[in-house]
Each structure stands twice: as C-alpha cells, then as structure tokens.
Design a protein around this ligand. Structure first.
Ligand code: ACO
Length: 276
C-alpha cells in the first residue's frame, strides 16, 4: 500500500509499481465537485508526487459517474460568499494546482474523463497534457446557466485547446457536448465507449512508461514554456534546455540512441524507441 492512500478526504491516490499514479477525485455523492478541501488536498498531492521518483506518469479520473462537476456551488461559492479571507485562500489553492502547477508539471499527465465535466473542471482538463474521454461523458461550460461567467482562469485556459467559434458556442449557450464531440473539437485526444476507457488509457500510459522519463519530462516542459515566447527567446531556451537534458539524463538516452542506430544498427528512431 502506498503512503498516499487513505490520507485524503476528497482524493484517492493509487501509486502503482510500474510508475503510473492514478488520482481519483473522490466525492461521488457530490459528482466530484471541487470544495476547498479538495483544492488544499490536491496542492499537497501534486507537490508530493512531483518529488517522488516512483511516480512517472499521472492519470486523473473521477469516482462514480462523474469526472468533476465544477466548483462546489455550496462549499466553494455560497459558504465563502461572506468570508473573503477563506475565499481568497481557497481560490489561490484552486488556481495553484489546477493551472500553475499542472500546466507545467514536470511529468506527463493524462485526464481520463469518465463522466460529467463542467465549469471549473475544464481548467485541469486543459492543463493535462493528454485526455481520453468516454463517449458517454458530458462536457459543459455551464457557468452561464448558473448566472456567472467562466472565471477562475477557465476563459483563458480553454483557448489552449479550443478554437474561437467553439469557445463562443460553449460559453454562451452552456450546452453540454459528449465525448465524441469533445474529440472532434480537440478538447480531448480520443473518445471511446465507457467500457473501453480504462484499457484505452492503460495503453497510452504503457506507451509513455516505455520512454525515457527525463526526455519525456523535458519535452513537455519545453513545449509549454516556448509556445508563448518570441522566436529568439524560444531558440535560446530550447538550446539551453537541450544541453541541460543531455547533461542530466541519467540513462544517457541520446548517446545510447545514437550508438544503437549508427553503430549497432539495431533500431530506427523513426519507427520506435531505442532499447533501454
Ligand atoms: N456543486 C455543489 N454540489 C453539486 C455540484 C456542484 N457543482 N454538482 C453536483 N452537486 C451535488 C448536488 O447538489 C447533489 O447533492 P445532494 O445529493 O446533497 O442534493 C449531488 O451532487 C448529486 O447531484 P444531482 O444533481 O442530483 O446529480 P445528477 O446525476 O442528477 O446530475 C449533474 C449531475 C448534471 C453534474 C448536476 O449535478 C449538475 O448540473 N451539477 C452542476 C454542474 C455545474 O454546472 N458545474 C459548474 C459549476 S460553476 C464552476 O465550476 C465555476
């Protein structure tokens, strides 16, 4: 049993021996709506897993028939309406894990969307590197239905994955879409029937676990940092990041890959990974 299990009220952490750690939003009776406790717990979970060598890939899913039904309208909003100090603290925690930490998390992250995904849930959905959904899942920017605008960074985050017309349709109508449409819009990589969701995700996890972790981590971080840089800054950053990766990669991937391709002639980099 891992150290992380059963320590949290709102989150389950299953740290597997193969390097995959499954994080389950665990308030099924409230459709995994995010209350302040969940935000504080997730800041702690992500901080600990970042420093933990046993975790190489993170997968986020939800207990029951929901992924995340947005912010908790009772505990996050109504109960904090007249408590600005509590609201300020929990909203900092909310932003901290869902965007600042997750967007540039130094390990690959996958959202496995098993059911409802509303409002604030789009922030961590977007921040994850990859996303697989169930066809039966329902995604909605439902804020307009409840009388607010998509705040908490949602309106800014979604432009990373969606186009202008689709954003306007989703935020102005509040209409939900299913997994297949989420795939068509590019909100998720792929949508499969719920019965196949776990196997499909496991295949993706296995593919990532086959790779050199140092290279994967540098690759995702480099892209996320350079995408909003100017050309000159991006060139310089990538040059230095490449040097840093080569110097710190514990398994010397580039050297091994080069030898196996050019000297041993045992593999082709275009068709698969070097033998680790
Ligand atoms: N906040 C607080 N409580 C919630 C939330 C939420 N976001 N979502 C569900 N719950 C609670 C319900 O109040 C209910 O509690 P109760 O059993 O104590 O009455 C319980 O979870 C079950 O919810 P139901 O509505 O009965 O479940 P159902 O399966 O019929 O519907 C659905 C699920 C569609 C997710 C519905 O609960 C819903 O629309 N939730 C709100 C989704 C939403 O719009 N979220 C965005 C919030 S705004 C933001 O995130 C910034």
């Amino acid at each position: 049993m891992s150290d992380f299990e059963s320590n949290y009220e709102t989150v389950l952490v299953d740290q597997r021996d193969d390097g995959a750690t499954w994080i389950t939003f665990n308030r099924p009776e409230k459709r995994n709506a995010m209350n302040p406790t969940m935000h504080y717990e997730m800041v702690d979970v992500l901080g600990r897993l970042e420093a933990d060598d046993r975790t190489r890939v993170l997968i986020f899913t939800g207990a029951g028939n929901s992924w995340v039904a947005g912010q908790d309208i009772e505990e996050y909003f109504r109960q904090q309406d007249n408590d600005p100090v509590s609201l300020a603290a929990s909203s900092r925690a909310s932003q901290e894990w869902r965007w600042r930490r997750l967007w540039t998390y130094p390990k690959p992250t996958i959202a496995m969307v098993n059911g409802w995904c509303f409002g604030g849930g789009f922030t961590q959905l977007t921040a994850c590197d990859l996303a697989i959904a169930a066809d039966e899942a329902k995604f909605g920017l439902s804020e307009v239905n409840w009388g607010i605008l998509p705040g908490g960074y949602v309106s800014r985050a979604i432009k990373e994955v969606l186009g202008y017309r689709d954003i306007m349709r989703l935020i102005l109508t509040g209409d939900p879409i299913d997994g297949k449409e989420a795939e068509r819009l590019g909100l998720v990589n792929k949508s499969v029937p719920l019965a196949e969701l776990r196997d499909e995700t496991e295949r993706l996890v296995a593919k990532l676990l086959e790779k050199n972790s140092a290279v994967l981590n540098a690759t995702k971080q480099a892209y996320k940092f350079v995408k909003d840089m100017g050309v000159l800054e991006a060139e310089e950053y990538l040059k230095v990041k490449q040097i840093a990766l080569r110097a710190t990669d514990p398994e010397k991937g580039r050297d091994n890959g080069t030898t196996q391709f050019l000297d041993d002639k045992t593999y082709r980099p275009g068709l698969g990974s070097y033998d680790r």
